[in-house]
Ligand binder design. Structure first.
Ligand code: ARG
Length: 458
């Protein structure tokens, strides 16, 4: 078929070329941004006297009709039209006639796609920020309910020190807050208008890029057109932000998987967000967190794919860049649903306090407390560490937890130990009052910090 750009061609393109070259099967996702960009562009052309007001009005009406056609599933997406930009322009010419041919004045598909895709990505940055806030709110709410729930804090997945479940949840709130910041910062950094850059070097027409900047909600026009039409940093940033977000989601998923095993039994996932086995009737599987963990790999793949596409490109636009959209669409879709379902899974899980507490009775979790107690009695830490080690060995030989040794037994190890020693889990958790620590007053501060963030951030 003959193309809108077919003037210098004698033969129509081959069918396999059409199939290979086309981005319309996936870039139709950009139709709203494309139509809005074209309306802003034609309005500016009219304001600058490059086309008439009447022509701009006709173009706008035609474009709005196309929007309706797309939304009513009446629009024909033809692979021979190559991409969403050409498909809309061709249809516009069909609807309004020759005036439609003026729309592409002072514009190229290179700045057009840069505008459309950038705006699509910018919107998604905001959508992620909102979703992440909802997730943080769930962590904060769980934290508020579990300031007294004690579980073993771990290092190397080995029991380390008792902490509250609230404290554990707030660690995740902190992690996801960094993700929120990243999406917002990417939005701000990339909210720059490519329109008017044309093919690579601007245009001789007296356009006003500030006008389209305002109309499309950008902060400012870009500085150098050659850079702008080949810049995909905004797409790479969202792919990176998603990869980091998914890495965090994968980490909490991993904990949910471990916690829901019979060995741990710290949580029970709700039936709504669990799945069964096709052969073993008794099974309840954590498919949701497992899939999140799995999809994390895919989001890394998408980031690496686009980084690799970009790495050898000379300035300015190259068709390789068309490969930017599918990884981004895929990562955005998968990560948005992952965060949504993670949120619901957390909201609906049951926290098995007793099992968490029982687990704390294994592994001598308050050993550091004994060492810290001895330090307060004036014993150097290294020596205190050694004495505590002997107390742990004694508890082990008796098959009990350190915290269950009697005062006499402890005194047999070192007679500086007196009855002011409290090796309870509660005391241990409460004693770590240093800034950012696990003590309830510190946890309260952290809850307040996140509540303020949830209230005051956009
Ligand atoms: N479909 C193209 C893309 O997604 C649009 C830009 C085409 N520009 C060009 N000079 N062929 O990258």
């Amino acid at each position: 078929m003959m193309k809108l750009w077919g003037g210098r061609f004698r033969k129509a393109t081959s069918k396999i070329l059409d199939e290979f070259n086309a981005s319309i099967p996936f870039d139709k996702e950009l139709y709203i941004e494309d139509i809005e960009g074209s309306i802003a562009h034609s309005k500016m052309l009219a304001k600058q006297g490059i086309i008439t007001q009447d022509e701009a009005e006709k173009i706008k009406e035609g474009l709005l009709q196309i929007k309706k056609e797309i939304e009513n599933d009446e629009f024909i997406f033809d692979i021979a039209d190559e991409d969403i930009h050409m498909a809309i322009e061709k249809r516009l010419i069909e609807i309004i006639g020759d005036t439609g041919k003026k729309l592409h004045t002072a514009r190229s598909r290179n700045d057009q796609v840069a505008v459309d895709f950038r705006r699509w990505v910018l919107k998604r940055n905001k959508e992620f920020a909102k979703k992440i806030k909802e997730l943080i709110e769930v962590f904060v709410n769980i934290a508020k309910d579990h300031t007294d729930t004690i579980l073993p804090g771990m290092t190397h997945l080995q029991h380390a020190q008792p902490i509250s479940f609230a404290y554990h949840m707030l660690a995740y709130a902190s992690m996801f807050k960094r993700d929120y910041d990243r999406f917002i910062e990417s939005y701000k950094r990339n909210n720059i208008n490519p329109l008017g850059c044309a093919a690579l070097a601007g245009t001789p027409h007296p356009i006003d890029r500030n006008e389209t900047t305002k109309a499309l909600g950008f902060d400012k026009p870009s500085i150098n057109c050659l850079d702008t039409v080949s810049d995909r940093d905004f797409a790479l940033e969202i792919l990176f932000n998603i990869s980091m977000l998914m890495m965090h989601a994968s980490r909490i998923s991993e904990e949910l998987i471990i916690w829901s095993t019979s060995e741990f039994g710290f949580i029970t996932l709700s039936d709504e967000y669990s799945t069964g086995s096709s052969i073993m009737p008794q099974k309840k599987n954590p498919d949701v967190p497992e899939l999140i963990r799995g999809k994390t790999g895919r989001s890394y793949g998408n980031l690496i794919a686009l980084l690799t596409v970009m790495k050898g490109l000379p300035l300015a636009y190259n068709k390789d860049t068309q490969e930017d959209k599918e990884p981004v669409f895929d990562s955005v879709k998968n990560a948005l649903i992952s965060i949504e379902i993670l949120k619901e899974t957390l909201k609906t899980m049951t926290v098995n306090k007793e099992n968490m507490y029982k687990a704390c009775k294994k592994g001598h979790l308050t050993a550091t407390d004994l060492a810290d107690y001895l330090v307060k009695k004036g014993i150097p830490f290294r020596e205190a560490h050694h004495i505590t080690g002997r107390a742990v060995a004694l508890a082990e030989s008796k098959g009990i937890d350190l915290s269950d040794l009697s005062l006499d037994e402890l005194k047999s190890i070192d007679d500086r130990i007196e009855n002011d020693l409290d090796l309870s889990l509660e005391n241990s958790m409460k004693s770590r009052k240093s800034l950012g620590g696990s003590a309830p007053e510190r946890v309260k501060e952290q809850i307040e910090y996140f509540e303020k963030f949830l209230k005051e951030s956009e």
